[in-house]
Structures are given as structure tokens and as C-alpha cells.
Design a protein around this ligand. Structure first.
Ligand code: NAP
Length: 313
């Protein structure tokens, strides 16, 4: 199937999350013919987040609404968006940057990798077989299936705590399973957990296995201090133990750190001229919507400097 119009774009952006779409807004507004390639829904992880409270200017907005606003903004400045799953990239000797997808091959003068990250699985028995039958990585997508049931959220970061609080809209009780004795999440979220009578933290504990025949029935937990094993009956388990970068298609084109994140500068530049990295896929400390958007803005400027160098300005 032909999706890339067979032409050489100015800019191809892999990933339609906040970083990719912010880059598309800057590139499109600079008059560059810009293609954004997304394999799932535009918006990335943000689109599956319920409430966003820390994106400036929008004290109360859903992830889906913010993702749609980013998408419309990019389209307004002329970006094209197609769905495809990129398998590999390359930097050709003639300066063309190539992205090979499942459906088509895309060519551009510059390539921006904004493919973000995907939820990390627990890797315990029962997780794969009960996925979609009580095991979930998206409370916004699946939370409503657990009305008046007990569920668990695994992890102690912002995601686990925020989504545990979201799940209280449906669930009769939410257990947060955390491997340490202190949450990593920001204090405002920790306070909400302390104040909520239907959220309980199971400290110092890890999931050993997920039990159930045709659907999740219980978690087997291990207390890492005492070694004790206990059974926690729940109908659903939401896994939020961090994310893995979506960089499988990068191969050896760019340097990656040991976790697979791209080693790139804050202005998006990488050791390969004409290939840039933006947002969560880049090795960096802060992974926020605002910082991904900041990456996109900085890379918009870097793209223009790169085009100046190509055009001899
Ligand atoms: P995260 O901050 O990396 O937290 C992952 C949590 O899972 C940690 O508590 C970690 O425990 C635990 N964990 C990791 N591996 C585990 C394992 N194998 N078994 C059990 N527990 C495990 O991930 P995140 O919460 O998804 O957040 C990712 C980034 O997005 C962060 O920068 C976060 O600030 C940001 N974010 C921000 C917001 C917001 O601003 N509202 C919302 C969501 C996410 P330890 O604490 O012991 O390491």
C-alpha cells in the first residue's frame, strides 16, 4: 500500500506523540513538507491518560483532548499524518534519510525520531495469558470494566499512583503494589493516596504471578523484606512499572544507552546529521508532556539550521 506519496519530504517524523507533533508544528510552520508516521493512535501515551493537570494553560484536560488538539494544530500547519509501523531507518550517502515501514518506504531530507516508549511488562507467569482478561497497561482504556471490583496497580511512580486514583471511579478498592517502602510519585499524588479510603498501598512487595483460569482472580505477592508469600484476590491488575523506549527499528544507525534510549542532545541533534531524536525516546531525566513539547520546539530550530547548511545559507 502506498502511503508516503513516493516523494522526498523535507521532514519525516516517526511518532505522533507530543514531541513528534510539536516538531511537526514547527517544521510545518517553517514551510517544510512534513510527514508524521504513527503506528497506533496519534497522541502517544498521552492519549491514553485520563486527566492531565500539569500542562501549562490547561489545568483540567483529558489526554485524549490534548492529543487531539496537538494533532489538529499540526494539520493546520500542513503536516500530513499516516499510519504505518516503521521497521528500520537508514542514512543514505546522497543525504536522503529513509524510514522503511510495514506498508511503504518513506524518504526525506531529515528524519526525526519521536517514537516514545511503551509500557514495560512485569514478566511474571500469567501476565501474557491473562492480558486483556484482567491484565492491562491502560486504566483509561479498561478501568470501566472493573466497576465494583477490587483491582491492583503495580508500581510506585506517577503513572501507577495517578492511574490508581483514576480507577477509584469504578473499582470498590484499589491496591497499589510497590516494591519499596516509599512511593516515587510526586507529593501531591501521594497525599491523594493517603487521603483516599479506597486506595491501599501494599509496601515492600512484588508480584510473583498472576492467577486465574479465564480471567484474573488473584495476585501472588512476595514481601521482599520477610520473604512471605500472600494471595491478594483481585479482578484486574494494571501494570505501571515504567516504559521501554520504542527504538527497535533504529538498529545501529544511532547510539543507544543500555536501556535502548537514543543518545541525543537537548536540541535533538544526534551524531548522524539529518537525524534527530525528540521526547521520551531520548535519554533524559524528565519525561513530561511539557518537556517532550520543549524537545519538539528545540528540534524545530535545529531542523532549520540543518536545512540552512544543506541550502548553503
Ligand atoms: P517510573 O517513574 O519509572 O516509575 C516506575 C515505578 O515502577 C517505580 O516506582 C519503580 O520502583 C517501579 N518498578 C520498576 N520496575 C519494577 C519491577 N520490575 N517490579 C516492580 N516495580 C517496579 O515510571 P512512570 O510512573 O511510568 O513514569 C514515567 C515518567 O513519566 C516519569 O518521569 C514520570 O514523572 C512521568 N509521568 C508524569 C506524570 C505527571 O506528571 N502527572 C504522570 C505519569 C508519568 P522504584 O520506585 O523502586 O524504582
Amino acid at each position: 500500500m502506498r502511503k508516503g506519496d513516493g516523494c522526498v519530504y523535507d521532514v519525516i517524523i516517526i511518532g505522533a506523540g507530543p514531541g513528534g507533533l510539536a516538531t511537526a508544528i514547527y517544521a510545518g510552520r517553517a514551510g517544510r513538507r512534513t510527514l508524521v508516521i504513527e503506528r497506533e493512535v496519534p497522541g502517544g501515551l498521552v492519549a491514553t491518560t485520563d486527566a492531565i493537570e500539569n500542562y501549562p494553560g490547561f489545568p483540567e484536560i483529558t489526554g485524549a483532548e490534548l492529543a487531539e488538539a496537538f494533532r489538529e494544530h499540526a494539520l493546520r500547519f500542513g503536516a500530513e499524518i499516516v499510519m504505518d509501523d516503521i521497521q528500520s531507518i537508514s542514512a543514505e550517502a546522497d543525504g536522503t534519510r529513509v524510514a522503511v515501514g510495514a506498508d511503504d518506504t518513506y524518504r526525506a531530507k531529515a528524519l526525526v525520531i519521536a517514537s516514545g516508549s511503551a509500557p514495560r511488562p512485569l514478566g511474571v507467569p500469567g501476565e501474557d495469558t491473562l492480558r486483556g482478561r484482567g491484565v492491562s497497561y491502560c486504566a483509561t482504556c479498561d478501568g470501566a470494566f472493573f466497576r465494583d471490583r477490587e483491582v491492583a496497580c503495580v508500581g510506585g511512580g506517577d503513572s501507577a499512583v495517578q492511574e490508581a486514583l483514576f480507577l477509584t471511579r469504578f473499582a470498590s478498592k484499589v491496591h497499589i503494589i510497590h516494591r519499596r517502602d516509599a512511593l516515587r510519585a510526586v507529593e501531591v499524588l501521594q497525599r491523594r493516596v493517603r487521603d483516599h479510603d479506597r486506595v491501599e498501598v501494599v509496601w515492600d512487595s512484588v508480584v510473583e504471578s498472576i492467577e486465574g483460569e479465564s480471567a484474573v482472580e488473584a495476585l501472588m505477592l512476595k514481601n521482599v523484606q520477610s520473604g512471605d508469600i500472600s494471595r491478594l484476590p483481585v479482578s484486574g491488575v494494571f501494570v505501571y512499572i515504567g516504559n521501554d523506549p520504542a527504538t527497535g527499528f533504529v538498529g545501529d544507525v544511532l547510539p543507544l544507552d543500555e536501556e535502548g534510549y537514543i543518545l541525543a542532545e537537548e536540541d535533538g541533534t544526534t551524531p548522524v546529521p539529518g537525524i534527530f531524536a525528540v521526547g521520551d525516546v531520548r535519554q533524559k531525566g524528565q519525561k513530561q508532556i511539557a518537556t517532550a513539547v520543549g524537545d519538539g520546539a528545540a528540534t524545530g530550530r535545529s531542523l532549520e539550521l540543518y536545512f540552512d547548511s544543506l541550502e548553503g545559507a
